[in-house]
Ligand binder design. Structure first.
Ligand code: AHR
Length: 493
């Protein structure tokens, strides 16, 4: 098979906002307890945070982490998570039918984020919560001093404000599974009134309104239109959520990137319709704040336990390939999708997996995320790619090679990402970097292998990990090989 890809310095999509490589930690399963926080763990620091996990998070260079949910947030009282840890209430978490011990709250999470080199993206409760609760939480976090809530933060040991800049107005409020779900109009009004209070409290923040929970919702994309009509003035982003799984057709699963592409285009078009109707000069940004591969949706388990081991998906090479394709789609839309969160980061549908009291593991999806987070920065460039198509029952004919590219103006390096979906043959790819003068290929990293379903385990930790490909010479046009069913990263300098 043959494919070609033209990349030109002038075909700019946008400067990549580093927030495109955000992630998400929810009070869910073992994400917090025995994930990031385990005071009895041998690597725990003075606050009880696992340093083995922190190290792997730092190596992903995640710039922002969404917290505390997710579905959890819609029944959560943030005040349960502040003050002396020993005196905190144990509560029923309605969303995940678990017991929430509240040993970690917003103060501890802000500290953890500082240690991880990330910012907090906080969500307020618009299920059981009120607009005023949201204002109080923001005041607690961001107001410098001299008021009830800011002084309470100081009393609780944080003299400096957390200065949280991005806030989500609830979570998936269109979903019947959500605690106190709302209609689009009711949510739109509640989100707008909450937004007004929050921007009065701190005008420097940015706000994310809930878009549809996914394109499968009966109310999609009407929900997005109605919500934006109520909130266009106050909102800075509309959220998108999408998870994919292998439902029996590898072709359909591999083509998830094409579906994600259509989904983004529809939400952007809906937002632009509202923009035109509102005669607004503002273009609504998209926060794709939940995306991943996710299989385990429901699990039989004993309800009302603390930190149950739920939604602990283990990822395969195939999942990592699909995941790479999704990363390319996000990058190719980074003019509009200014922020995204890999859902989630530790233990729950996550690239990092821990043993309670024991080891930590990089799942297969850790690697594509790390590569794109580290090197998919700078200027995103359009890749004009011609490749054969493959047929899917869900999305029609889809190109078998998905690509994305970035240019770093500071050091002149170019990075190209490529997913080869061809199941039978390698593809000879001509990379035409015509406007770049003379460039040298420095690196070709490949994820592929004989077993699509291979996974990393504690016994064989590097079963699915990138390997080196051949370095090919050429002034600014190189012919290289994308192995069948492979994820590739090329770096040129
Ligand atoms: O990420 C897991 C869950 O998926 C989140 O809590 C919810 O927002 C979504 O349905």
């Amino acid at each position: 098979k043959r494919a070609k890809c033209i990349i030109d310095k002038d075909y700019v999509i946008a400067e990549v906002d580093p927030k495109l490589y955000g992630s998400f930690i929810e009070h869910l399963g073992r994400a917090i307890y025995s994930g990031i926080y385990e005071p009895s763990h041998p690597t725990a620091d003075e606050q009880g945070f696992r340093q083995d996990v922190l190290q792997l998070v730092r190596e992903l260079a995640v710039p922002i982490v969404r917290y505390p949910g997710g579905n959890f947030v819609s029944g959560y009282s943030w005040t349960d998570g502040i003050g002396p840890v020993a005196g905190r209430s144990r509560r029923l978490d309605y969303a995940w039918q678990s017991i929430e011990p509240n040993q970690v709250g917003i103060d501890e999470f802000a500290d953890w984020c500082r240690k991880a080199g990330a910012a907090v993206m906080a969500a307020v409760n618009l299920g059981t919560g009120t607009p005023q609760d949201a204002g109080y939480m923001l005041e607690y976090c961001n107001h410098p001093a001299g008021t009830y809530w800011s002084d309470l933060r100081i009393k609780n040991g944080h003299s400096e404000p957390h200065n949280i800049k991005v806030w989500c107005l609830g979570n998936e409020m269109d979903g019947p599974w959500q605690t106190c779900a709302l209609s689009a109009a009711d949510y739109g009004k509640k989100a707008r009134e909450t937004a007004k209070i929050m921007k009065w409290v701190d005008p420097s923040i940015e706000l994310v309104v809930c878009g549809s929970s996914g394109p499968h919702m009966a109310t999609y994309p009407e929900w997005d239109r109605v919500v934006l009509e109520h909130t266009y003035e106050q909102a800075d982003y509309i959220s998108m959520h999408r998870y994919y799984e292998n439902e029996g057709s590898i072709e359909n699963f591999l083509a998830s990137f094409a579906d994600m592409n259509e989904f983004i285009k529809t939400v952007a078009a809906t937002a632009d319709y509202v923009k035109a109707k509102a005669r607004s000069p503002k273009t609504m940004k998209i926060s794709f704040d939940e995306w991943n591969v996710w299989y385990i949706k429901k699990q039989t388990r004993i309800p009302w336990t603390e930190a149950p081991a739920i939604l602990e998906d283990r990822y395969s090479l195939l999942d990592a390939l699909v995941f790479g394709g999704m990363l390319c789609t996000l990058l190719n839309h980074c003019d509009r999708v200014r922020m995204a969160c890999l859902a989630q980061l530790v233990n729950v549908i996550a690239p990092i997996f821990t043993e309670k009291g024991g080891r930590v593991l990089k799942q297969a999806t850790y690697y594509p995320f790390q590569q794109v987070s580290l090197y998919g920065r700078g200027t995103a460039l359009k890749t004009l790619t011609e490749a054969e198509k493959f047929t899917t029952t869900l999305y029609g004919d889809v190109p078998s090679v998905q690509t994305a590219a970035t240019y770093n103006g500071e050091d002149g390096s170019i990075t190209v990402f490529a997913l080869n979906c061809d199941m039978k043959e390698d593809t000879e790819l001509v990379l035409d970097l015509r406007s770049f003068g003379s460039v040298t290929m420095r690196e070709h990293r490949i994820m592929d292998g004989p077993d699509l379903f291979a996974q990393n385990t504690f016994a064989a930790q590097d079963t699915v990990a990138p390997r080196n490909g051949s370095i090919v010479a050429g002034r600014n046009k190189v012919t290289t090989i994308l192995p069948k069913l492979s994820w590739n990263m090329f770096r040129f300098g």
